[in-house]
Design a protein around this ligand. Structure first.
Ligand code: ADP
Ligand code: MG
Length: 735
């Protein structure tokens, strides 16, 4: 008898060697195998008669191999196979098909799937069909009864088609049989970890039924629903997966709320301190968001809040305001940025804005000399510095704080989801290690007792589509800055072909003459032989030496020495450089309001989110700004859609939605590298509505036990969730 948790190698027909191959597909238990869903189905219940085929349709045909052979044309070898049904025949062709030469013998039954086409003489054929030899005597199933059973899995029903594994060694057919075996030997008592009330509300079928029917649909099942993963069986499995992710996030959220945090005091003195530093009138949105943040900070549980606001909406100052609340309460603040350039920029503006108030601010990045780092660490440990700004060196460099009260993470999307969860964990670990060094005098000034978790404010400019925000930030409260500071005029975005660059440079010239500054961005630093991309270094020479010889032009890219980077950036900020030739190092956060033109060469090479971020570098002041997307060479269809979206809208949310559609959630967040859990059966784009339902139901369940959910049901769900998180998301602990 198999349990869901049984390792796959114990399934008949698997064994340790094959288990290794399966592991590369993320399949290690029976449960994993049963969630390896068919990517499509074939209707072999009503296979098509060859005589009824129509050109242009996708069709499944079952027939008998008549003859086959390889013939060579001047360009390539082509393998030809003729199958027949009684007296009708159908030709199939495979280009470069030499590998098929010994595959078929006349008389074999074969299932074919592909697009029916008409050849020049009007005859129907299928080119490169997918195929399966049915009941081949050489494939090991030799006993007569066994062979019959195998055949009955292949024909006369709707048949699941799986992606093969192990370079084709484990075929779709192989999966079909092994999954069938697993289902047949599965313990029939599968408890349902989803509480009854939730099942009833969503009309969910049982896990057992779902697993059977998703692999072996019944004859009456809608073929369309099967192909689009909308059968009750599919919906059950998808909901199941999303529900337990959401349950974990909800629980995390609750646990965070239950921890001891710091109840910061927000009195008139603190309010006055904030007012004093403000360089401008905050927008209504900034005021509202600060209120939300302040309310969290006043509560005795730790804040876990996401501040979402499009590029240029003014998140920085909100972060600084929160910092003042913490500092005025005798605590330290850490502000983390994803790049050195951004950390430096924040450092300068923090000094400009906050230092007058007498706060001590330090910068800690990876490129500092170790002596300097040590000194800064000492200041932090002794409590001399109140605000530290840095890159993730802040986490890595064993920084100890005397009284860390608030952590602000800027442009968090650059960190990746798992990194964020780790980071949150680290923050609290960091706090733990600094508990010993908590200054007793200091803790008296804090209106709480016992060890305390610092507050965390996460800021992001990537407008996260609601679906993703729900999943990835389900453990955070959300604040949205949905208003731009006053006086901004919409950015004009144009797409221009490479050949017209002289016009673009003329335009740049006029803008510079009018006192503005310009970015020119390239996809690569240096040219190389294989690609024809224009590169920053070379174009810098050309632009500074010829085109704009009369202007001051700077160069900025990731490989420059940190000091030099810093110097160039500062010169551009002060207006000592008029044109900055750069790579995407300037992509996030950089804030030079006087810059009004963003020229992006080879714009077709950039991702949508990236283009939007780059465009966000301009339009930060009152003057009208222009984004010029230059394209050189061939633009793919997807590239066209990206450029088109950029020209059409500057609404970050719309852009994010489209980006998500084009790229899928993993890449959207750059999380593939950061180890974002990939879903086994759910698809965040396709299954948005189920995700929202899962979120809602998870919140309801966590609120139990109550009249709807019994204590047993609640604990069963939680146990199941923990096991799921442990096995699927590895490093992340919940509960
Ligand atoms: P982001 O949200 O992209 O981080 P920033 O915080 O860098 O945006 O702000 C963008 C620009 O707008 C900065 O130059 C900032 O000084 C300015 N700014 C922010 N808030 C206001 C405001 N309320 N009034 C005027 N200018 C503002
Ligand atoms: Mg910013």
């Amino acid at each position: 008898m198999l349990e869901l948790s049984t390792p796959v190698q114990y399934i008949k027909g698997v064994g340790p060697r094959i288990a290794e191959v399966l592991a590369t597909k993320g399949i290690s238990t029976v449960d994993d195998l049963l969630h390896y869903l068919p990517f499509r189905y074939e209707d072999r219940l009503n296979p098509r008669g060859i005589s009824e085929l129509r050109a242009g349709e996708m069709a499944t045909v079952i027939g008998e191999v008549r003859n086959s052979g390889l013939f060579r044309t001047r360009r390539m070898p082509i393998f030809q196979l003729t199958v027949g049904q009684g007296r009708t025949r159908l030709r199939c062709l495979w280009f470069h098909g030499a590998y098929l030469q010994d595959k078929f013998t006349p008389g074999q039954m074969i299932a074919l799937y592909g697009k029916v086409e008409q050849d020049r003489s009007g005859e129907l054929q299928i080119i490169q069909p997918q195929f399966e030899i049915l009941g081949d005597p050489s494939d090991g199933a030799n006993g007569g009864a066994e062979k019959k059973a195998a055949e009955s899995l292949e024909i006369g029903r709707i048949v699941p088609i799986y992606e093969s594994a192990g370079q084709g060694r484990l075929t779709s057919r192989w999966f079909r049989r092994v999954i069938r075996t697993a289902l047949e030997n599965l313990n029939p008592d599968l408890p349902d970890p989803i509480p009854a009330i939730v099942r009833a509300r969503l009309g969910l079928v049982s896990p057992r039924e779902a697993l059977w029917k998703v692999h072996w649909p019944e004859a009456g099942e809608s073929f369309e629903d099967l192909q689009s993963s909308r059968t009750p069986a599919h919906l059950r499995l998808i909901f199941d997966e999303l529900f337990f992710v959401e349950l974990g996030l909800e629980l995390k959220h609750r646990q965070q709320k239950a921890q001891t945090g710091i109840a910061f005091r927000l009195d008139d003195r603190v309010r006055a301190a904030i007012k004093k530093i403000l360089p401008f009138h905050p927008t209504a949105a900034q005021k509202r968001v600060l209120k939300e943040i302040a309310a969290d900070m006043e509560k005795p549980c730790p804040m876990r809040r996401l501040l979402q606001g499009d590029v240029g909406s003014g998140k920085t100052i909100v972060g600084f305001e929160a910092a003042i609340i913490a500092i005025e309460n005798g605590c330290q603040v850490a502000l983390m940025a994803p790049t050195e350039i951004l950390a430096q920029q924040h450092y300068f503006s923090a000094r400009r804005i906050l230092e007058n108030a007498g706060y001590k601010i330090v910068l800690l990045t990876g490129s500092l000399e170790s002596d300097r780092k040590r000194e800064i660490r000492r200041h932090l440990a002794q409590g001399n510095a109140q605000l530290v700004i840095g890159t993730h060196a802040l986490l890595e460099e064993k920084v100890e704080f005397s009284r860390l009260g608030l952590v602000i993470v800027d442009e968090q999307h650059r960190f990746g989801v798992m990194q964020r969860l780790k980071l949150m964990k680290k923050t609290s670990e960091g706090e733990e290690s600094s508990r010993a060094s908590l200054d007793p005098a200091g803790s008296q000034t804090r209106p709480h007792t016992g060890p305390a978790e610092p507050d965390v404010l996460v800021m992001t400019a990537t407008p996260i589509p609601r679906t993703l925000a729900l999943t990835l930030y389900g453990d955070l409260d959300l604040s949205v800055l949905d208003e731009l500071p006053p006086g901004r005029t919409p950015i004009v975005t144009r797409r221009i072909e490479d050949e017209r660059s002289p016009e673009v440079w003329d335009f740049v010239r006029k803008q510079v003459a009018a006192g503005h500054q310009v970015y020119v961005v390239y996809p690569v630093i240096e040219e190389n032989e294989e690609s024809e991309l224009k590169a920053a270094i070379k174009m810098y020479r050309e632009l500074s030496g010829h085109v704009f010889a009369d202007f001051k032009v700077g160069l900025l890219h990731g490989r420059l020495d940190p000091d030099l980077k810093d110097q160039v950036m500062r010169m551009f900020q002060k207006g000592e450089l008029q044109i900055l030739v750069a790579t995407t190092v300037i992509e996030v956060g950089v804030d030079v309001p006087n810059a009004t033109v963003m020229v992006i060469e080879h714009a077709e090479r950039f991702g949508l989110a990236q283009l939007h971020q780059l465009r966000g570098r301009i339009g930060r002041g009152a003057a009208k700004s222009y984004c010029v997307l230059m394209t050189g060479g061939k633009v793919t269809e997807e590239g066209e859609r990206r450029l088109d979206a950029m020209v059409r809208t500057s609404d970050g949310f719309q852009i994010a939605e489209l980006d998500l559609e084009l790229r899928g959630p993993g890449e959207f967040f750059g999380t593939r590298q950061a180890g974002m859990p990939s879903f086994r059966v759910a698809n965040l784009i396709r299954d948005r509505q189920l995700l929202e339902a899962a979120k809602r139901e998870a919140a309801a369940v966590i609120a139990g036990p109550n009249s709807e959910i019994s204590p047993e049901e609640l604990s069963r769900a939680l146990v199941h969730m923990r096991v799921r998180w442990q096995s699927t998301y590895g490093l992340v602990e919940v509960g």
